[in-house]
Design a protein around this ligand. Structure first.
Ligand code: SAH
Length: 345
């Protein structure tokens, strides 16, 4: 059985040719799968019934089931809970920005990185997602909203560098000119700092934006919040990011979740500014979303603004992440957990 939505156009072409089909059929089917986000072979109305039958018999077509959607009355943000074919649940978020619509995609069900404030990692990793399962998050949302999606951020549950090959294939398929054809520049991949992954990505010749989860300006500070910091020292992580910038010309985005009393003081801001001094970068400040399983507290908008001002005083470009969909519960992985918990009881 071929899992057809994860196949590249050359792979699909080869498979069909081996089966005695004409080459142009592959392009037609690829367009149905990616440009038109087909949910079934029956939709492919310009293929003969015989070919549709053959595809049904020989290929697996992965689709996601929409288990739930929450729509914000404030800003149109939509949080989706999707069920994978084997029953695992994942979250994706649709956000409307002035520069276009954006989808936040999950790369794994659960996560094994163990960041202290993150809800996605509390139950560990269930499994990595297939390229088709990542594509389907975008495609189901395109179909559900009828809107064009111009940006994707791989910032949902999971660590993309822990599912490297599938994530790369997802990016290449999503940006294929015969498919959905999203611009590679409009894709952001966020990592907790897996050095070999960053290095490898810088060699791919892809102009995607790299976001690095920093959350502290020293190894000691990062270790408090992120177990992965024990494996990859900060200096190595930053060197890999510098290399990424040199090779791709893409400005790095550093994410810094602000946790009250842990990494939010004026001193922390100054140290962060010193660490990033001279780099062509951008800092994205995220007031932490408290999760009920941990006692971390968030900081106020005014406190975040003060932190931002200190960074800017030292010449570091920073913004505070706008909170989207405040009225629909479930920040960063909470939705899936609540739903899974509810369905168990
Ligand atoms: N594994 C990737 C993607 C994670 S989600 C990574 O670590 O970068 C994207 C960002 O949201 C990361 O910076 C992550 O640390 C942050 N994040 C996760 N849970 C959060 C929470 N409860 N509050 C604030 N930021 C959070």
């Amino acid at each position: 059985m071929k899992e057809i939505r994860s196949m590249t156009l050359p792979e699909l072409t080869r498979t069909l040719e081996e089966d005695g089909e004409k080459k142009f059929r592959a392009k037609q089917i690829f367009a149905w799968l990616h440009a038109r986000q087909a949910e079934s072979f029956d939709e492919m109305s310009d293929l003969s019934l015989a070919l549709r039958g053959k595809l049904k018999e020989h290929c697996e077509l992965v689709t996601l089931e929409q288990a739930q959607v929450f729509v914000s009355a404030l800003d149109g943000t939509r949080k989706y809970l999707f069920r994978l074919p084997d029953g695992h649940l994942i979250e994706s978020v649709f956000m409307k920005y002035r520069h276009g619509n954006s989808v936040c995609v999950s790369s794994q069900a659960g996560c094994r990185m163990g960041c202290r404030f993150c809800a996605s990692t509390l139950d560990g990793l269930a499994r990595s997602l297939l390229p088709s399962e990542m594509l389907e998050q975008v495609y189901r949302i395109v179909r559900d909203t009828g809107e064009k999606i111009s940006n994707v951020v791989i910032m949902g549950s999971g660590e993309p560098m822990d599912n490297y090959e599938h994530v790369l294939r997802f990016i290449r398929l999503l940006t294929d000119e015969n498919g959905y054809h999203m611009s590679q520049r409009n894709i952001t991949l966020s990592t907790c700092g897996i050095v070999p992954g960053i290095r490898k990505l810088s060699e791919e010749g892809l102009p995607v934006t790299l976001a690095l989860s920093l959350h502290g300006s020293s190894d000691e500070e990062r270790k408090q919040l992120m177990p992965v910091a024990r494996k990859y020292p900060l200096q190595e992580v930053l060197a890999a990011c510098d290399e990424y910038f040199e090779k791709t010309g893409r400005r790095i985005s550093y994410e810094y979740s602000l946790v009250k009393g842990v990494n939010d003081s004026e001193d922390h801001a100054r140290r962060l500014a010193a660490l990033l001094k001279g780099k062509n970068c951008h800092v994205n400040l995220i007031p932490v979303n408290p999760i009920k399983e941990r006692s971390y507290r968030s900081i106020s908008r005014a406190e975040a603004a003060k932190f931002q001002l200190t960074l800017e005083k030292y010449g570091i470009n920073a913004t505070i992440r706008r909170e989207m969909g405040r009225d629909i519960q479930g920040a960063c992985g909470q939705l899936r957990r609540d739903y899974a918990g509810a369905s168990l009881s």
